[in-house]
Design a protein around this ligand. Sequence first.
Ligand SMILES: C[S@@+](CC[C@H](N)C(=O)[O-])C[C@H]1O[C@@H](n2cnc3c(N)ncnc32)[C@H](O)[C@@H]1O
Length: 418
Amino acid sequence: MISEVIDPTTQYITKIDVPIIENNVNNEKFPEDKYKKLVIPSDIPLNQIEVKSLNKIQKKFSKNGFQLDIERSRIILYLQSIDFTAFEKYITELLDAEDRTINKTLFLDMINEIAKIKSYGIKGKKRLYVTYNKERKVEGRQSKVERRGLYYYARKNNFSKKNNDLPKKVENLIINSDSETVLKQLPDNCIDLIITSPPYNFGLGYDTSKDGVNWERYFQKLFSIFDECVRVLKYGGRIIVNIQPLFSDYIPSHHIISNHFMEKKMIWKGEILWEKNNYNCKYCAWGSWKSPSSPYLKYTWEFLEIFAKGDLKKEGLSKDIDIKDEDFKKWVVAKWSIAPERKMVQYDHPAMFPEELVKRALKLFSYQGDVILDPFNGVGTTCVVAKRTNRRYIGIDISKKYCDIAKKRLKEVLPGTD
Ligand SMILES: C[S@@+](CC[C@H](N)C(=O)[O-])C[C@H]1O[C@@H](n2cnc3c(N)ncnc32)[C@H](O)[C@@H]1O
């Protein structure tokens, strides 16, 4: 307890005759990770009335996770949470009632400084100021993760950890054949990353393959190719499948495919929404108009399902990372807004994915020098981007015409230009 008195000539405190709050407030008691600290300076030393008022405020709001450190010419606020509306009201009323000498700016500064800082959420009427993670921290997180069983469906796999080199004769090659046949000839564990967009079975007019067959036949063929993909992937390798369900047939292809990979003990690494912003679909072409009878949901996006073989981490040298800081920050947000490919007429293919989509996937999930495979290569978008970003590639498509276009595109690409 400090005892001071007012200097009658100045009205300012030389000795305070009211207790400065005895809560031993200091940085140790209110560490930065648990309290937000705000310093409110005063041009002139605090007077007795101001100190009394501050003590009242402290008493009123201490239960809120609010502490005051009153010093001679400044006050320090330590905040965990506060009912800001009540705080603002209380101070305003206090100032209105106070007709004696009081530095109102000091009190208004308190309100303004608190208003400026970002709160991390609301609990009841209180705004929370300590970090979001701290507030939401799960006690014993690690043991809970173990109890739940991290990617339990992918445990007890028989994947070999021994990776093999891709045979030189197929490196940087476009192969015109059925993927299942070609992949069967490749060794196990020789591909770093697969990115592909299979036919969606919508009934598109591809050059050679028949699109729009019985769903069971479709998935059977798709899975025989995907099973080979899993086999040829390196331990730690990834497969990214761009897929659009056929909503009008009520076939959730993305779930059916994901389920298959999980049955094959692949780890679901995540899903990216490819937002195409194509709002041209009709409101009721397939369902009811303005009626709950059967409203049809509209989708302006496609999916990228990402699976890892054996390990979520992929080995690589830091010199081979080619993603920029800013891009990394943007692309890990798993919703990518990218316009659909505009060169489909030029390349005479009905269902290309855009180069930007492949570029992001390659830079985010693979290293330079990695081997990239596309078993539904079309006119070679994957291979073009792989070459441009200094990766090796292998592209397979059943159509000779598409393979020829892919080869022509690749001739025009200079490595290291992206
Ligand atoms: C959606 S397209 C891929 C387009 C590609 N992403 C692009 O940007 O050019 C699917 C491709 O799979 C090919 N395809 C269909 N069945 C195949 C099979 N069994 N083996 C290899 N390719 C096949 C089709 O010819 C078609 O070009």
